[in-house]
Design a protein around this ligand. Structure first.
Ligand SMILES: Nc1ncnc2c1ncn2[C@@H]1O[C@H](COP(=O)(O)OP(=O)(O)O)[C@@H](O)[C@H]1O
Ligand SMILES: O=c1ccn([C@@H]2O[C@H](COP(=O)(O)OP(=O)(O)O)[C@@H](O)[C@H]2O)c(=O)[nH]1
Length: 208
């Protein structure tokens, strides 16, 4: 017989909905996720935020994450996926908005093998110059050790080389899974398009 704890795990029979929100550094993933959470019953899991919490703990794993993030490199998938899976299980929720993960094809494959296939991959498109300006502005107040010119250049390199292929990977898996939305217009305009994408996910009702 299933225990109440097992009912809370992502492997329970409850229908899970998983949406990945992807895009380059500073394209507006977090901004859109914040809006989505208000209107749809999603749990927002930012891979970057989970890693920054780990860094704050000062564990050996956290210290290694800190080093890699300052270099604009990717943290090993075991670490990120472990944190995401733990947060999903602990939440007892069934709708997950996963922000900034997967960032490489092997990460996408690992998530699928361990958890599930996403229902939608929302890809926010934004030119590099726009993202750079947004990151530099965010860096004035974010306190993030990677929102500086030198690390931003490295983050863009990692994004082009390792993360962009993830979109092609999902297009190959299912031609209807990826939705590309420009995140250049103001946040509310971007969100209107994002909502139209989410409404097409079967069984997803808008709260407000
Ligand atoms: N559509 C937008 N237009 C202008 N500025 C934006 C837009 N979306 C986000 N921003 C700003 O750009 C910065 C990066 O956005 P954020 O959501 O933190 O990006 P990401 O999560 O992709 O790194 C933030 O300072 C945010 O306020
Ligand atoms: O799945 C992830 C998510 C983030 N990161 C690291 O965390 C940094 C910040 O990522 P975040 O999504 O917070 O911010 P973004 O770069 O998209 O603005 C990245 O540059 C990577 O070093 C990672 O390695 N794997």
């Amino acid at each position: 017989m299933a225990t109440s704890a097992s009912n809370k795990t992502p492997t329970s029979k409850t229908k899970r909905t998983v949406v990945f929100v992807l895009g380059g550094p500073g394209c507006g993933k977090g901004t859109q996720c914040e809006k989505i959470v208000k209107d749809f019953g999603f749990l927002h899991l930012s891979a970057g935020d989970l890693l920054r919490e780990e860094v704050k703990k000062g564990t050996p794993v956290g210290l290694n994450c800190d080093k890699l993030m300052k270099e604009g490199k990717l943290v090993p998938v075991e670490v990120t996926l472990g944190l995401i899976e733990k947060a999903m299980t602990a939440s007892g929720k069934s709708r997950f908005l996963i922000d900034g993960f997967p960032r490489a094809i092997d990460q996408a494959k690992a998530f699928e093998a361990k958890i599930c296939r996403p229902d939608k991959v929302l890809f926010l498109e934004c030119p590099k110059e726009v993202m750079e300006q947004r990151l530099l502005k965010r860096g004035e107040s974010s306190g993030r050790s990677d929102d500086n010119q030198a690390t931003i250049i490295k983050r863009f390199e990692t994004f082009q080389k390792e993360s962009m292929p993830v979109i092609g990977f999902y297009d190959g898996v299912d031609k209807n899974i990826v939705a590309k939305v420009s995140s250049v217009p103001p946040p509310n305009q971007v969100y209107e398009v994002v909502v139209s994408v989410l409404r097409n996910i079967p069984g997803l009702e808008v709260k407000a």
